[in-house]
Design a protein around this ligand. Structure first.
Ligand code: ADP
Ligand code: ZN
Ligand code: ZN
Length: 761
């Protein structure tokens, strides 16, 4: 409470507007009218902006009683209004946003806005409640009805902490059925009623899984001990490298248990909750009396608002969520531990501004909160591996064997080059080996997971004539059109561009030579069609899980639940099925084409392939029965595939780091990628060239700036794309360079600055 004499003397605020020019780092100064006091850092306000004093929303960055220095004749403008206090961000998040804004070269206002979930902002699910308490002047009770007296007695009997109270609760306590005694007490001045607008908080009741292993393995015990020791000693960073099924989650659970023992919150980040429902179920099951807030996209808007509000009100013990949960509305001193599961997953990187990496922001948060952070993975990112093994800024912990009762899958690599069907064009979708394994597995009631990381029916539409060479391209992008069937077993279809979404009809014949059109290659739809035609099992036991069949998050959950119950026996999908799925009866996994990632012109292609193969293969062998993984590839000798099939991560990592070192690529160096998008081509090219000039003019000798070059996808949605790559030996050097660059260049929709880029397309 602010008393009469200790009114805060704050009279000026620095704010960052949500849109428009970047006001990093200090923001714009405004006066704070007395009626808006107290004003908090992290609050959203409306300010007059520009000559027209357009009302504009802005975040309060800092407060001061020092008047800003203004040019002669100028006056400080006053803040118009403040928004609902319930959506204020904790001041520690404002600090984090400052760091992000600087590190990721993103404007500060929009960076803050990224931290606030849309539904909270919009107030979705807000309800107005009545709250009752005694009025200040109590009248004599004798003229009251029995019911009214009951109400007053009940209220009187309530502990002070429970008041003011909601009508429902008071009715129950007073044992009255109707609200009218309360209403008349309010009308007659006995009770005071005021209205509050809040979001009704509820906790989730998820499917729970409470299985607790009887004892930890020796390896688990050692790892747990080593990390436990650091729980109370401020910031520390740990990389938990454990093969899939080695019991990493079990370690997380025990660490969380201890970390939050005396209060405080554990923050747990996973790549995508709807893909890892089991992690949520296990946490729920193992912490029945803890309050777990879940932040993810599959919730309704009002649920998302509720969960956020619960965290902001300090009511959650554990916060579980995907990338943006790193912005859980907590102050630093509330956080006891941060866990990032599947830390290598590229979905932690946001691909629009601010282009932050959830794992890296989490590391920063942990260091600000002075608590430990545990990054877990069976296939650590090169960044984390480098940090743990070479830079030694985090501690490596290993779990080398699968948990008791789990078997390591037997992985077989199939060379597709020798699978050519006699007398036919092209290659089969399923190799003989995979076909046989499918039949045997189904015959002994096992379940199957099949992965193909490509949607649609066929990735290419081309002319049948070998001499013609026509291939259908998108009119707006430099990419081929993908053929989609309307239904997997019907021939009707259309083509779509996966980059800009343009759809077209399939031409009847080649526009160049009038020969027949053919569909080349295979996407998930084609695999589905092949399976439906070749497997002798009821249609409903086969399902396809990809972006096209799971438009809604609930579709996905339903499909996974059906797979869990055994109703679906063959589940085919894109990398969505490669994540944390944990189904004991999966006896066979097949990777239809392990080369989808290897062929990408991206220096992380090999790393991605290793991860994909190894993660997918880890989906089997979690129960009784056999565990076979079959990897189909046209590059059976590629190190990523050979080593992943032998589960030789460390060898792969050391070879890969050697390559990065030789080629001066991350994580050995640090990178920033600039993308200029423009039309026509010449204009894009000359803008990119002049960017190179400007960057080279400010770059110290520590920084190398590449020449401008067309991106791997040189045109998307009619805009030509050029990239310029900046490389520095250290993050510090890169940051110093970016700080200089910030004075002259401004990111925008057609000018992207991507620090620590993950995708090079
Ligand atoms: P990861 O997270 O590394 O994939 P999990 O923690 O999910 O591994 O463990 C895989 C399975 O093994 C789970 O069903 C888990 O309950 C079980 N498990 C983990 N640790 C043990 C243990 N010490 N003894 C028996 N079972 C265990
Ligand atoms: Zn297109
Ligand atoms: Zn042709």
């Amino acid at each position: 409470m602010v008393g009469l004499f200790d009114e805060p003397s704050v009279t000026y605020a620095h704010v960052a507007v949500e849109r428009g020019v970047d006001q990093f780092p200090e923001g714009l100064s405004y006066g704070v009218p007395a009626r808006l006091l107290p004003l908090k850092i992290g609050q959203l306000v409306t300010v007059p902006l520009g000559r027209g004093n357009t009302p504009t929303q802005a975040w309060v960055l800092s407060l001061t009683d020092e008047a800003p220095v203004l040019a002669a004749g100028k006056e400080t403008k006053q803040i118009f209004e403040k928004d609902r206090e319930t959506i204020a961000l904790p001041s520690d998040l404002v600090e984090l946003a400052r760091w992000m804004s600087q590190y990721y070269f993103s404007p500060i206002g929009p960076t803050l806005s990224t931290m606030l979930p849309g539904p909270v902002r919009q107030g979705t699910g807000l309800v107005t409640k009545q709250l009752l308490d005694f009025a200040d002047n109590q009248a004599d009770e004798c003229k009251l009805t029995t019911k009214q007296q009951q109400v007053l007695h009940a209220l009187n009997a309530m502990p002070k902490s429970q008041r003011p109270v909601e009508p429902k609760v008071l009715m129950k306590a007073a044992n009255v059925r109707s609200k009218s005694p309360i209403d008349s007490l309010v009308a007659r001045g006995y009770l005071h009623c005021h209205h509050v607008t809040t979001v009704e908080a509820t906790w989730f009741k998820h499917a729970v899984d409470a299985t607790t292993p009887e004892s930890l393995t020796k390896e688990q015990t050692n790892v747990l001990r080593a990390i436990e020791e650091k729980l109370q000693s401020g910031y520390s960073s740990h990389l938990l490298f454990g093969v899939t099924g080695s019991g990493k989650t079990e370690i997380y659970i025990r660490l969380i248990e201890q970390a939050i023992e005396g209060g405080g919150v554990a923050l747990v980040l996973v790549p995508e909750i709807s893909l890892t429902p089991q992690t949520a179920a296990r946490l729920m099951g193992r912490f029945p009396d803890k309050r777990i807030a879940i932040l993810h996209s599959a919730l309704t808007k009002s649920q998302r608002h509720q969960q956020w509000a619960l965290v902001a009100e300090g009511k959650a013990d554990i916060v579980l969520g995907a990338r943006s949960a790193v912005f859980a509305p907590l102050q630093n001193d509330q956080i006891r531990i941060i866990i990032v599961d599947e830390e290598h997953d590229s979905s932690f990187k946001q691909d629009n501004s601010p282009r932050y990496h959830g794992r890296d922001v989490a590391i920063r948060r942990a260091s600000m909160a002075k608590c430990p952070i545990v990054l877990g993975s069976a296939t650590p990112s090169m960044e984390s591996w480098w940090n743990a093994t070479e830079r030694k800024i985090s501690t490596l912990h290993k779990l080398t064997t699968r948990a008791p009762g789990l078997v390591a899958p037997q992985i077989e690599v199939v060379d597709m080059r020798s699978e050519r069907i006699h007398g036919e064009v092209g290659y089969p979708i399923l190799s003989t080996k995979l076909q046989r394994a499918l039949h045997t597995t189904l015959a002994c009631d096992g379940q199957v997971l099949l992965l193909l990381n490509r949607r649609g029916f066929a990735p290419w539409i081309a002319c049948a004539s070998r001499t013609c060479g026509w291939m259908m391209k998108c009119d707006h992008c430099d990419s081929s059109m993908v053929y989609h069937r309307k239904k997997p077993l019907e021939h009707a279809g259309f083509v779509r561009c996966h980059h800009c979404g343009t759809e077209q009809r399939v031409p009847k014949q080649c526009p160049d030579c009038a020969k027949k059109i053919i569909q080349l290659g295979a996407g998930t739809q084609r695999v589905e069609a092949t399976l439906r035609e070749s497997l002798q099992i009821p249609a409903e036991q086969i399902a396809r899980l990809d972006g096209d069949t799971t438009r809604k998050a609930s579709d996905l959950q339903e499909m996974l639940a059906r797979f869990g119950k055994g109703e679906i026996r063959v589940l085919l999908g894109t990398q969505m099925i490669a994540k944390g799925l944990d189904f004991p009866n999966v006896q066979l996994v097949g990777i239809i084409d392990a080369d989808t990632a290897i062929d990408l012109p991206d220096f992380r292609a090999s790393e991605r392939t290793y991860q994909l193969v190894s993660q997918v293969c880890g989906r089997c062998g979690r129960g009784q029965g056999k565990a076979i993984a079959i990897v189909q590839t046209f590059s059976p000798n590629a190190p990523a595939i050979v080593l992943a099939s032998k589960a030789e991560y460390e060898q792969f990592a050391s070879q890969e780091l050697q390559f990065r070192c030789d080629a001066s690529l991350p994580p050995v160096t640090r990178m920033v990628r600039f993308i200029v998008k423009d039309t026509p081509f010449d204009q894009a090219a000359s803008r990119a060239d002049s960017l190179v000039d400007r960057l080279r003019a400010i770059a110290s000798t520590d920084i190398s700036i590449s020449p401008a070059a067309p991106c791997v996808l040189p045109r998307i949605a009619d805009r030509f794309r050029f990239e310029v790559i900046g490389t520095a030996a250290t993050s510090k050097a890169l940051q110093e360079f970016l700080a200089l660059a910030r004075k002259t260049i401004k990111p925008s929709r057609d000018f992207v600055v991507d620090v620590d880029p993950i995708s090079m397309l």
